[in-house]
Write a protein that binds this ligand. Sequence first.
Ligand code: EPZ
Length: 417
Amino acid sequence: MDKLIIKGGKKLTGEVSVSGSKNAALPIFVSTILAPGLNEIRNVPFLRDINTTIKVLESLGAVVEGNGNIVRIDTTHVNNVEATYDLVKTMRASVLVLGPLLARHGRARVSLPGGCAIGARPINLHLKGLAALGADIRLEHGYVEAKAKKLKGARINFDISTVGGTEQLMMAAALATGETVLENAAREPEIIDLAEILIKMGARIDGAGTDTVRITGVKELAPVAHDVMPDRIEAGTFMVAAAITGGDIKIRNMNLEHLDALVFKLQDAGVEITNRDNVVRVKGPRRPKAVNIKTRPYPGFPTDMQAQFMALMCVADGASVISENIFENRFMHVSELLRFGADITVEGNTATVKGVKKLSGAPVMATDLRASASLILAGLASDNTTEISRIYHLDRGYESIEKKLAGLGADIQRVKE
Ligand code: EPZ
């Protein structure tokens, strides 16, 4: 197993380029099941979760060439309708194959994903939506057994605005008979990217990115080429890296509009952010001001940036209150941040962070993807050395982050444990 060694205290400077979005690429890869033939997906990040998605598609009968940047997916012979536990348990987004398999083959057998570090993460809303489209859904031995001669359009109202649920139902409804309306749909940019490839394939979708998405089913979809949008969470992580080190960096290939909530909070904390000719410049203050955040569905403050922002608040001038309203257990980075000398107390879904002047490096352990990023950020801001173990969590969602940060002047290296 690898670990990261960071010698903190360096102000980051220079330029970095953002990779394609993990959370757009995963559903986009799955959508190719709906369009039998050769699909070409570009701007794909080299990530563990991409490799896992490729394994899932291959287990269903797809032929995949490449695992990053340009990936060709031939779904002509996707005839197996079972996604097994060993694959789904490593990446819960695999459950997204359920809707497309049902839409294409009228049946699917997909393992329930099980829990994950940050919460129970049920898929009840996915299943309720598919049942509303006429699917017969049974849970047996940890698997979802789904059948539907032909899915029929319906009105679906999500109790919670679910990203995966919206993606699942948008894909299933694309080949259903008649119109489907998704109310209280999630509005994340990744959903717009998925709708864009589906529309290119021939789907009829209106309102993606708003809380009401209308899908009129069509007979069939055709394979296409598509460029994945930039990863807004990777971009946000680099913005916080500049902020926490008092650095001055330029970020290419990012879409600043996807991060309004984060931008406003960083500016409140004293970070200067400018956008010229599609290059975003981020200048950190000598010491950030304390700012309160509440995570919310898009366009609210993204839960996937909560851990990173908490690291920044650990060195802020003042106390900040951070409330996590999306997942029930997304404060596992707190106990690791305390090892850096941070002052954080947690009450339920609220963490109070009292900024300290300086963090000091320590051996810490990554627990989940975004928690790993927050530990790197704390390490960059600490004096002396930080060692982060279990960084396989990091490799799920960040492409060569240590190389990119070293390119910005960080003293960071990956070593074999
Ligand atoms: C997506 O997860 C992202 N993953 C997550 O990013 C992100 O944190 C999350 O959306 C919220 O923005 C991918 O896109 C692959 P949800 P998803 O369904 O779709 C509850 C990362 O770090 N819920 O919007 O699983 C659920 O428990 C990852 O890149 C139900 O109760 O999130 C949660 O509390 C982490 N029943 C809330 O809704 C359901 O059927 C939001 O979950 C579905 C969800």
